[in-house]
Design a protein around this ligand. Structure first.
Ligand SMILES: Cc1cc2nc3c(=O)[nH]c(=O)nc-3n(C[C@H](O)[C@H](O)[C@H](O)COP(=O)(O)OP(=O)(O)OC[C@H]3O[C@@H](n4cnc5c(N)ncnc54)[C@H](O)[C@@H]3O)c2cc1C
Length: 306
């Protein structure tokens, strides 16, 4: 399984395969299980659909590793349209963005000024910007930028911590101390054992400890996982300690464990679905296959059926 995971993660940065897949209609059809569509309108409609089921959304315009200023600004324009449309349509939604998508590799100051524009727009619209976490070369820079943005627009920006990283418990305390909202996930990139737990059981244990810490920290955090054992652990904790369900939310990915998303919402838990969209879907899609290689069979079966 680990071999397949590594294979999909390395294929996720293969440029040849990426441009072939993104331009082919078969590729787009396969990706539609995890990607809401190619346009802003597709994403907004998907958000409205999940809202009707009592589920909130966070919208992600797919794209990463942008290396020219024009492209970075074009990515930002999409986010500004999203923030306006979320407000205009009264959606229960916010946005998630990756720093490499707004020029982090090219010029970190450019990326910060673009994200500043997004966060100040979100503040005016009563919304929120989540800065997704990428591979470990970006961890410290992402956290530090979130801190600076939070100092200027408190409560309008947050980031993501990954339970597979050994540094995360310290980062959680650091961000909670400033009142910064965290999305906790396991982590989707390939990291060396010096900085990340190589064994899944250690990642899961760290996730649980961090989750309970965040849930009782007084800062509203998102528990991003589809792991039923971990979700069950959180539910038991809520029942045993009578923690108010409004103190945190669960977060899951579009197209993954829809049954669990609906069940949690029905049981009165806050649930937010991460809705990715746009033509640059390939690296995101490959990371989803890496998490669960059985998805390949599932997708092929569905493809042949339709
Ligand atoms: C809302 C959200 C935002 C995220 N943001 C980030 C981020 O900013 N940075 C980052 O590094 N990672 C991010 N991730 C990805 C995360 O790090 C994990 O890679 C991913 O969530 C899989 O871990 P898991 O907790 O679901 O548990 P796992 O242990 O991987 O899986 C547990 C169970 O969940 C189900 N499952 C998990 N993944 C899939 C899938 N793709 N298809 C079908 N079933 C599946 C399976 O039943 C599996 O047995 C995010 C995840 C979510 C839900």
């Amino acid at each position: 399984m680990n071999l397949l995971r590594s294979l999909f993660i390395s294929l996720s940065s293969n440029y040849g395969l990426r441009s072939f897949a993104e331009s082919s209609s078969v590729g787009r059809k396969l990706s539609s299980r995890f990607v809401a569509g190619m346009t802003i309108e597709d994403a907004l409609q998907a958000a409205a659909r999940v809202n009707r089921e009592g589920i909130a959304a966070t919208l992600d315009s797919l794209g990463e590793s942008v290396n020219d200023a024009e492209h970075a600004q074009a990515s930002a324009d999409i986010y500004h349209q999203l923030i306006d449309q979320i407000a205009a349509r009264g959606l229960n939604a916010n946005v998630s963005v990756k720093l490499t998508q707004v020029g982090m590799d090219l010029d970190p100051e450019l990326a910060e000024s673009i994200v500043s524009g997004m966060v100040s727009h979100a503040e005016r619209s009563g919304s929120f910007v989540r800065i997704d976490m990428e591979g470990s070369p970006y961890t410290e820079a992402t956290i530090a930028m979130t801190e600076r943005l939070h100092a200027r627009w408190p409560g309008c920006v947050g980031t993501v911590l990954q339970a597979y990283l050994r540094r995360t418990a310290a980062d959680a305390r650091r961000l909670v101390g400033q009142g910064i909202r965290i999305r906790l996930c396991k982590g989707a990139y390939k990291e060396p054992a010096e900085i990340a737990f190589p064994e899944k059981k250690d990642v899961d244990q760290n996730y649980c400890e961090l989750m309970l810490y965040l849930a009782t920290s007084g800062v509203f955090c998102g528990m991003a996982t589809h792991d039923e054992v971990i979700v069950g652990r959180m539910r038991r904790f809520v029942e045993e300690t009578r923690l108010e369900k409004s103190k945190f939310e669960f977060q899951m990915l579009y197209g993954v464990r829809r049954d669990l998303q609906r069940k949690l919402a029905k049981d009165g838990y806050g649930v937010r679905v991460y809705i990715p969209f746009g033509p640059e879907w390939y690296p995101y899609f490959m990371r989803r296959l890496a998490e669960r290689p059985a998805n390949v069979l599932f997708l092929v079966k569905n493809f042949l059926k339709n």
